[in-house]
Design a protein around this ligand. Structure first.
Ligand SMILES: NC(=O)c1ccc[n+]([C@@H]2O[C@H](COP(=O)([O-])OP(=O)(O)OC[C@H]3O[C@@H](n4cnc5c(N)ncnc54)[C@H](OP(=O)(O)O)[C@@H]3O)[C@@H](O)[C@H]2O)c1
Length: 275
């Protein structure tokens, strides 16, 4: 726990903030070192049940002591939220935003602090069960110690990757930020196809989900590269080869590339919109 900030304040106590807060508590971080600001009575009640008492409907009431302020609100409300927090962030504190498309410059402009220590983070939804993948970018003013602390915080909900360029946040959005949805869509398609082949929905779902879990775990634990694992299940002239040939004919790889480029382009557009 030594590497964590002394006090962490969350602006927005919704799904993602609750996942991080829960990870911190599970790691032994004391609830009295956490505060949260959120207009939702329900969201604050959930946190109160977990032992966090420094809660307010007005985020500005609880950010003053924090060494790390985490903005976990939707991008659309960032402007309103930051206006209410002007002058309410401790000098030297780090502000981390997980709002998609909101740049370091935009956070500084909205808070009226040109030299603010800002970190951008792109998490993903498996963080809700501690299996997230987050890409983080720190502005130059953030110290090594602060980077280490924020890395520890996001580490409670999964893996952390530091980026050298802010623009790479948009690529992270295309890979891991939106990535869970690609796998969900692929699994939905597999379940539908399994049903068309005669399996009932429950069986097709169970087999698909376990296969996805097994394949990802095998990649993670095997010393072999993904390509070798794929070749190992693909006997020449066999069933898997026939399926992969079909993927190749419809251009699966190019299709994935196009989809991710579209995702990336939208992330860039959003950064322009929220400037
Ligand atoms: N890459 C990803 O897959 C990914 C995944 C999750 C989250 N994110 C990002 O993380 C952020 C949070 O997402 P989430 O799913 O946790 O959203 P969420 O569950 O909707 O939580 C946001 C919370 O902020 C509250 N809020 C609204 N206005 C506020 C204000 N002025 N001050 C303080 N709190 C305010 C909301 O209250 P009300 O409900 O009353 O409005 C809500 O409780 C978003 O920017 C999202 O884009 C990205």
């Amino acid at each position: 726990m030594d590497a964590l900030p002394n006090h962490i304040s969350f602006v927005g106590t919704g799904n993602m903030a609750t996942a991080i807060m829960g990870g911190l508590l599970a790691a032994g971080f004391n609830a009295n070192r956490i505060s949260g600001g959120d207009p939702s009575d329900e969201a604050r009640a959930t946190w109160a049940e977990k032992g966090v008492s420094a809660l307010s409907a007005q985020a500005g009431d609880v950010t003053g002591n924090a060494d790390l302020v985490i903005f976990a609100v939707k991008p659309q409300v960032m402007e309103v939220v930051t206006q209410s927090l002007r002058g309410k962030i401790k000098p030297g504190a780090v502000v981390m935003s997980i709002a998609a498309g909101v740049t370091v410059q935009a956070v500084r402009d909205m808070l009226g602090e040109p030299d603010l220590n800002v970190i951008r983070c792109m998490p993903n939804t498996p963080a809700l069960i501690g299996l997230g993948a987050s890409g983080l970018y720190a502005s130059a003013s953030v110290s090594d110690r602060q980077r280490e602390q924020v890395g520890e915080v996001m580490g409670v909900v999964g893996n952390v990757v530091w980026l050298e360029q802010e623009a790479h946040i948009d690529a992270v959005t295309a890979v891991s930020g939106s990535g869970p949805a690609y796998f969900f869509a692929f699994m939905e398609a597999m379940i539908k196809a399994g049903e068309e082949l005669g399996l009932d929905h429950r069986v097709a779902t169970e087999l698909t989900v376990q296969t996805a879990l097994g394949a990802a775990s095998l990649v993670k634990h095997s010393p072999l590269p993904i390509e070798a694992l794929r070749r190992n299940v693909t006997s020449p002239g066999g069933t898997t080869a026939r399926a992969l040939d079909s993927f190749e004919r419809v251009g699966l790889s190019a299709l994935v590339g196009q989809a991710m480029q579209s995702c990336f382009d939208r992330a860039v557009e959003m950064s322009e919109e929220y400037k």
